[in-house]
Design a protein around this ligand. Structure first.
Ligand code: FEO
Ligand code: CA
Ligand code: CA
Length: 663
């Protein structure tokens, strides 16, 4: 039992649900719709007579070639081991690994200490997070040939270099690390039953911590964007800590710069009061930085380059299909620890982006473009993201919500609060959101629109600080103190119009061990679900089922992270089952399906984290040398859609039976 778990059991709000009080159940029940209450009773009835219920579903399965949800696979019960485990009748293989060459003649041998910055700039980056599949040719739905666009979030120097090198990493090794972050585009093909990358593709491209980028939107050219290397404030050097991302309707990527604050040190030396306020709110290192790379790179030292940190915390647009198109930092979407930026086109053709600020007690944002999307002319959408309105969410206690505009001159966003322009609003958008009275959330990670029911799913991964002395306590949208396990909110925009300024919301999942009364699986019988904790990245299959990748289960429920599926509609709403378990020390990221739904790509990030280069807890995927963050592909052995039984439907009934046991 982990330390966090003990805190969770001791929580007064949770205890109250066991008879002392009623706050928690009120919170959960208060956010159930009438439809859910009705359906929940129906499911409870079905579950009570499981033997009677199954034939009905199995009959449907025979008629349709699978259950109505299409989730017929046998839920995974992970065995003790160190490798990837997938559901029965499925297989996985590695597509591309850290250090794999993206140009002919380059390679990383098993000892990365010999790698030069130039080698890394021409090789697949570290700690893969977002994965996007872009079919080739552009505009096609090809599912065996395309580009992978992959974020390379951060580096683990303790796994990349021997322990005796760590205390004084050389400038060369620091520069390798700067080239290991950012973004990788690799052409991939499925041949002979497996995927591999094409080394000499003209599309292969790295965007790294040193790539020249353009700055667009309200902060472009602002005084605070000017540095000694970029005196006009219209360009900048590099992108880093690229966590999750999203694909635009015109086929580019919006990559979120997340924990940039850990790269900057000596913020105590900042003289201007506005700079000091910003540095504190964004968590820059007041003395040395987390990584201490400023020992070799002056631009990461705020006493030497006070404005450099303003170049990070943005959404970066990258075009995988056009290697020559210079990536842009889209400042209209605001500066914070972007988990991602995911988009949706409204019925009226407006493009809406959702993005979470992944830190404890931070916010959920959306950006509504002013101009309409042009589906016929890709080039016409190039500057769409520079003009629109940024909003932050307030979740009201009655299950309604408001999108509060973050516009200079409106409400508190005036000179009285040191906001003198929209540039100030987007640069210090956390402070603007504080002033607006937005709801402080439990670390918002991925936020995505379900393409089938058009609801928005907001993933809050955890927040063990909620309810601590001096911190915000539970509220209806973040219902647990010391929240170790996270939850997922289902948000419905008014009129199903994603440009609306009001919404309704309810809790969909309150994660954790299902035997814990404080968990909630959309009302489904919890004896029939898998345990899940710390949801992070999500995606949807063609039927609108929600697929969830986790980050942090080892700490929260003593299980490795994994990949799970759960229906969001119908009698199986909330029947969450595990599909895959990952490698020791890693989290699962970037879930992505090919257009035919027959391959799932997953990023295996930081395998072996918690151990060292000298004594790694795993040598995955090669079995020798260092662990390497990699993208894997998972497919059914019969090449059926991901989620199917994987064995020509013959095990549907068995899958349903096994689904009742969880793990
Ligand atoms: Fe990089 Fe919020 O996970
Ligand atoms: Ca994440
Ligand atoms: Ca994460």
């Amino acid at each position: 039992m982990s330390q966090d778990r003990m805190h969770y059991d001791d929580d007064p709000i949770i205890r109250s649900d066991r008879g002392v009080g009623h706050e928690f159940s009120d919170v959960v029940q208060g956010r159930l719709s009438r439809r859910d209450l009705l359906r929940s009773s129906l499911v409870a009835g079905l579950a009570a007579g499981l033997a009677g219920a199954l034939p009905t579903v199995a009959k449907a399965a025979r008629t349709l070639g699978g259950s109505p949800t299409g989730l017929d696979f046998i839920p995974l019960k992970p065995k003790k081991g160190t490798g990837i485990q997938v559901a029965e009748n499925y297989s996985s293989h590695v597509v591309v690994r850290w250090g794999d060459p993206m140009r002919p003649g380059r390679s990383m041998e098993s000892d990365p200490t010999t790698m030069t910055p130039e080698d890394q700039a021409n090789a697949f980056g570290y700690n893969c997070d977002f994965v996007g599949f872009f079919p080739l040719p552009v505009g096609s739905e090809n599912s065996d040939h395309g580009l992978l666009g992959v974020n390379n979030e951060y580096i683990n120097p303790e796994l990349m270099f021997p322990v005796d090198m760590l205390s004084g990493l050389s400038a060369e090794h620091v520069n390798v690390c700067m080239e290991a972050m950012g973004f990788s585009v690799v052409e991939i093909k499925r041949e002979g039953g497996s995927w591999s990358h094409v080394i000499d593709s003209r599309f292969n491209k790295r965007v790294t911590g040193t790539t020249p980028l353009l700055i667009t939107g309200p902060a472009r050219g602002d005084a605070r964007m000017k540095t000694s290397k970029h005196p006009t404030g219209t360009t900048c050097t590099g992108t880093m800590h690229n966590c999750a991302a999203g694909k635009t309707p015109w086929g580019t990527v919006l990559s979120g710069e997340e924990n940039f604050q850990g790269m900057f040190g000596q913020a105590n030396a900042l003289k201007d009061a506005k700079d000091q306020r910003s540095a504190k709110r964004y968590g820059l290192g007041m003395e040395k930085s987390e990584y201490e790379f400023e020992r070799h790179l002056d631009r990461l030292d705020c006493s030497k380059e006070p404005n450099e940190a303003y170049h990070f915390g943005w959404v970066v647009e990258i075009d995988p299909y056009d290697p020559d198109w210079q990536p842009r930092k889209r400042t209209a979407l605001g500066r914070f620890r972007h988990e991602a930026a995911t988009s949706h086109v409204t019925k009226k053709g407006r493009v809406v982006m959702y993005s979470g600020d992944d830190a404890r007690f931070e916010y959920v944002f959306k950006f509504v473009c002013s101009k309409p999307f042009n589906a016929k002319n890709r080039e016409a959408n190039r500057e769409l993201l520079d003009d629109g309105i940024l909003y932050v969410a307030r979740f009201n206690e009655d299950g309604t919500g408001d999108w509060l505009p973050l516009v200079f001159g409106q409400g508190p966003l005036t000179a009285a609060n040191r906001f003198n322009s929209q540039a100030d609003v987007v640069i210090d958008v956390r402070i603007a959101a504080d002033l607006r009275g937005a709801t402080k959330m439990d670390r918002p990670e991925d936020i995505e629109v379900n393409p089938v029911n058009e609801k928005v799913y907001v993933v809050c991964t955890n927040n063990t600080d909620r309810g601590k002395d001096g911190k915000a306590g539970p509220d209806k949208a973040n219902p647990r103190a010391s929240n170790s396990h996270g939850h997922i909110i289902e948000l419905t925009e008014n009129g199903n119009d994603h440009a609306a300024t009001k919404f309704k919301w309810e809790l969909f999942l309150v994660c954790g061990d299902p035997s814990d009364p404080a968990t909630y699986y959309a009302g489904f019988d919890k004896s029939m679900v898998s345990p899940i904790s710390c949801p992070d990245n999500i995606c949807f299959d063609a039927r609108g089922n929600l697929w969830i990748a986790t980050d942090g289960q080892a700490r929260a429920i003593s299980a490795r992270d994994g990949f799970f599926a759960v229906p969001v509609e119908g009698p199986e709403r909330g029947r969450l089952v595990q599909f895959m378990e990952t490698v020791e020390g890693s989290e699962v990221c970037g879930p992505e399906f090919t257009p035919d739904g027959r391959t799932a790509f997953l990023a295996i990030q930081h395998p072996g984290e918690g151990s060292t280069f000298d004594k790694p807890s795993t040598r995955w995927p090669d079995g020798v040398g260092v662990p390497r963050p990699s993208v894997i592909a998972i497919e059914a052995n019969d090449r059926g859609p991901i989620g199917s039984a994987g064995n020509e439907g013959r095990t549907s009934r068995r899958a349903m039976m096994k689904g009742g046991t969880g793990t």
